[in-house]
Design a protein around this ligand. Structure first.
Ligand SMILES: [Zn+2]
Length: 109
């Protein structure tokens, strides 16, 4: 089941982080016209053997510029849009680590 994004909650969080004279402008085309993905997306840990059944997955929020396609990804855990403890079945090894980083994330085998 895809994890839906609470648009208002994310917009409020983003407003506190994305500041300065060029806030809300696309860094590529300078247009302010963004599209938010309806669901969380994910990036998984790279493995040269291919996709492994149990690996670290990073839940992300995708924000795409509707003018040039530049896409910004936000870590959904840091943005407080998803907590690994909300859905333990999809987070096999991250229950004690709310903000997985490449250094701390270790796949469970
Ligand atoms: Zn753009």
């Amino acid at each position: 089941m895809p994890e839906k994004i609470d648009f208002e909650k994310f917009a409020s969080w983003l407003k506190t982080k994305w500041q300065g004279p060029e806030a809300h402008q696309c860094p590529i085309c300078k247009v302010n016209n963004w599209g938010l993905s309806h669901s969380l997306v994910e990036i998984r840990e790279f493995n040269k053997e291919g996709i492994v059944p149990v690996s670290v997955v990073y839940p992300l929020i995708s924000l795409a510029c509707n003018n040039c396609g530049n896409t910004i990804l936000f870590n959904a855990i840091i943005a407080k849009m998803f907590s690994p403890t909300e859905n333990p079945s999809s987070q096999p090894s991250q229950a004690d680590s709310p903000t997985p980083t490449p250094e701390s994330a270790t796949p469970s085998r």
